[in-house]
Structure formats: C-alpha cells, structure tokens
Design a binder for this molecule. Structure first.
Ligand code: RP5
Length: 194
C-alpha cells in the first residue's frame, strides 16, 4: 500500500492507492528533492476513478509521480502552496483533473511556469462539457493543455507528460516509440469477425 502523498512509478506494476483528501496533500511531505517528475492532482477524491488512469499509465512508463487532492475552492491556500513549490520541488509537469466549474488547472497554471495539463472530469449534470469548457477556454497568457473528457483524457495526459519528459530522456523516448509501435501493430493485426 502506498500513501497518496508518496511517489508512484518506481514499480511499474504497482497499483496506487486512492488519494485520501487535502489533509494528506502537504506539498513538502514525503518526497526527496527532485525525485518526483509529474504531479497528478485532482479537485476531489471523487475524481480518482478517472485520474487513476493517468497514474497507471505513468507507472507503466516508470515515471515517478505523486497523486494528491488539491481543491481550488475548498483548499485555495493548498493550491497556491502546491503550485508555487512545484518548480523548486523538481516537478516537470502538472496534470490536473477537475469537474464542473473546473478552475483547478487554470489556477495552478497562474501560480507556476511548470506546464499544466488539464483533464476535464465527466460531470453528472452536464456530461463533462462544463469541465471541458472551464479548462480549455483559458484567456491568452496562461495556457493549460486540455485533454479529452474522462478516462481517455487522463490516459492522454500521462502520455503527453511522457512525451514532454522524453525530450530529455532518450530511454523514455524509446519506451514511448515502442508503445506507439505496439498500438499500431495491434491495429494492423485486427481481424473483424462476420
Ligand atoms: C470539483 O468538483 C472536483 O474536481 C469534482 O470533479 C467536482 C465534484 O466534487 P465532489 O463534490 O465529488 O467532491 O471540485
């Protein structure tokens, strides 16, 4: 069992535990300097069902990451602290999942120059359209790279983070190239029944 505030990714086969809430999300807790490359944050533990896909993909690639609940409206001070300490803690990318009036990714981006990738959570009221528009429509000057709604977006956020990290990590680049090749081979090998 791995506490939510600890890094994941050193054991690609390990299954991360769900985030337990903002109280466990002390940005200074549990990390050696420079060990965690990707911060995976979400507005609520209800987002974990989606965001665990991001964590799983990062773990598959062996990328050291952390998973935490940081709410823009419930814990605004924690959000500020997390974003402002991201660069000095060595984070290279932040992936932020949020639903509804999803201001978490944009607010994180406003406090740091570490790239932020937003994942719109599939909301019940508006099927994630509210989340998507809240994240994607950042005014010029503070960008958030916005993924698809839901699990596809969570997986792609991890793959985009891997691609960004791979620019300076040839071994990771090789793994990403192999992943793409394997997916292509799957498609080529597909035989339709009937
Ligand atoms: C947002 O509100 C979260 O990102 C979540 O998607 C949504 C609902 O949160 P809960 O009411 O389930 O905690 O902050």
């Amino acid at each position: 069992m791995m506490p939510a505030s600890m890094a994941a990714g050193s054991d690609p086969g390990s299954e991360p535990d769900p985030p337990k809430g903002a109280a466990s999300a002390d940005p200074s807790a549990g990390q050696g300097a420079g060990s965690v490359l990707v911060g995976v944050v979400m507005g609520s533990d209800s987002d974990w069902a989606t965001m665990r896909r991001c964590s799983e993909v990062l773990a598959d690639f062996g990328v050291a990451h952390e998973c935490r609940v940081v709410s823009a409206h419930r814990t605004p001070e924690l959000l500020t602290e997390y974003a402002r300490s991201a660069e000095s803690r060595g984070l290279q990318v932040i992936v932020a999942g949020a639903g509804g009036a999803a201001h978490l990714p944009g607010m994180l981006a406003s406090h740091t120059i570490v790239p932020v990738i937003g994942v719109p959570i599939l909301s019940r009221a508006l099927n994630g359209i509210d989340s998507l528009l809240s994240i994607v429509q950042m005014p010029s000057g503070v960008p958030v790279a916005t993924m698809a709604i839901g699990e596809a977006g969570a997986a792609n956020a991890a793959l985009l983070a891997v691609a960004m990290l791979a620019r300076r990590d040839p071994e990771l680049a090789g793994r990403l190239t192999a992943y793409r090749a394997a997916r292509a081979e799957q498609v080529r090998a597909t035989e339709l029944g009937g």
